[in-house]
Design a protein around this ligand. Sequence first.
Ligand SMILES: *Cc1c(COP(=O)(O)O)cnc(C)c1O
Length: 454
Amino acid sequence: MSAPYRIYLDEDQIPKKWYNVRADMSEQHDPCLNPATGQPVTLEDLKHVFCDELARQELDATTRYIDIPEPVREFYKMFRPAPMTRAYNLEKALGTPAKIYYKFEGNNTSGSHKLNSAAAQVYYAKEQGLTSLTTETGAGQWGTALSMASAFFGVDLTVYMVRASAEQKPYRRSVIETFGADIIPSPSNTTDVGRAILKEHPHTGGSLGCAISEAVEKAVKTPNCRYVLGSVLNQVLLHQSIIGLESKAALDSIDEYPDIIIGCAGGGSNLGGLISSYMQDTLKGTSDTRFIAVEPASCPSLTRGRYAYDFCDTGKITPLARMYTLGSQFMPSADHAGGLRYHGMSPILSKLYHDGYMEAVAVPQTKVFEAAVMFAKHETILPAPESAHAIRTAIDEALACKKTGEEKTILFGLSGTGYFDMQAYSSYLAGSMADYVPSNQELDLGFSHLPNVG
Ligand SMILES: *Cc1c(COP(=O)(O)O)cnc(C)c1O
C-alpha cells in the first residue's frame, strides 16, 4: 500500500507538550554571557527583557517535556495540525526513487511557522499582566504572526521592521497594521541605538540585528513592557518543537522514518523545531538520520562563520551567545530571502552542528528560485523564498538518489508561503536576480568586530 498524498492528524493529536531537546544533549551550549559582567546571564538579567516564564524556559536545560498551556493549544487548533504531504508529483518530475515528504507551516494568515511561538510568547506576557510588547521583524512574517497573537490575547505591540523589507513589502505592513500593531522602519530615530546606526550608515536598508537592538531598547525603557524575539532563542526552538512532534506522529502513522531531514536556517527556529524530536533518537543512538541546514550563500553563518561568542544584535546591547556567526556588524546584502538575513545562529543548533550531529550547505538564490518555481508547478504551493532553500536541497538530495538508485526517505520543512514575496519572484522571472556571495575579505571584516571573550 502506498502512502496517501496528505497524512492527516486529528485535532486531539496536536501535542500537549513541547519537547526540549537540551534535556537529551550530553553537552550543553556554552552559557550566554552578560556583556557588562562577563558572567553567565541569570534569570534576573533575563527578566528585565523577557517575561518571567519565557526567561525561565530560556535557561531550562533539564525539563524534557513542557506543558503547552491550554489557551495556546486552543489557539493552535485554528491552524494546526499543519499538513504533512507526500510530494508525489515533484518526485515524478524529478524521476527520483526517493520519497519526499514536506511539513507545511504556511497554512495561516501570517504565512509561516512563526505563529507557533508568537502565540506562546504573547500568552505568557498576558498572564504576567504586561500591557505591551516590542519586537523586530525582517521579512515581516514574525511581525505578522505576533500582531495576530497580540490582537487575539489583547496586548499592544510595536514592531521594528527592517527598512529594506518595509520598503519591499508594503502589504506586509498593511497586514500587521490590520491586526492593530504599530510599525517603525528600522533603523529609526526613535531609539538611541537607531540614531547611532543612522549616523554611521545613513542609507542602510537595516538588518535584523539592528532592529533587535531598537526593539530591546524600547522595551526596557517602557513600563510594563517586554521584548519578544521570533527565532534564535532556546524558548523559540522549544515552542517550534511542535513541528517535529506532529511530523513524527504523522510519519509514524504510515511507518515512515526519514533518512534525511532538511530545513532552511535563518536563526534556526523552524529547522530546530522540525528536527528536535528526531534528533532525540539520534542523541540516544537509536537512529542515524542526516540533518541538513540550508542557508543563503549571501549570509552563510554555519558554512563560513566562526563558532564564537558574539552579540545577538548590531547595537551590542543583548547578551553574548556562543554561536556560529558572521559578526554582529556584518551587513548582509539586500538578499530577497529576508528571513534568512541574520548574522548568527541558534546556540542549540550551533552546538549540534559543531559536535557533528548536523550538516550545513549554502545555496545561491537563483538556484533557490529555480527550485521554488519547479515546486510550485508540481505541488501547487507557492513557497516562501526562505522555505525554497530547503526545497533546493531536498531536490538536490533526491537527484543524488536518482544517480545511486537509493530509495531514501526525505523530509523537509516548508516553513511558509511566498505571497508577500512576489517582487522577488518577479525579479527572478525577469532574469534580473543576481547571486551575491561575500568575499573572504568582507567576512574577515565582520570577524574583526567579534568581542574578545575568555
Ligand atoms: C522567519 C522565517 C524563516 C527563518 O527563520 P528560522 O528561525 O531560521 O526558522 C524561514 N522561513 C520562513 C517562512 C520564515 O518566516
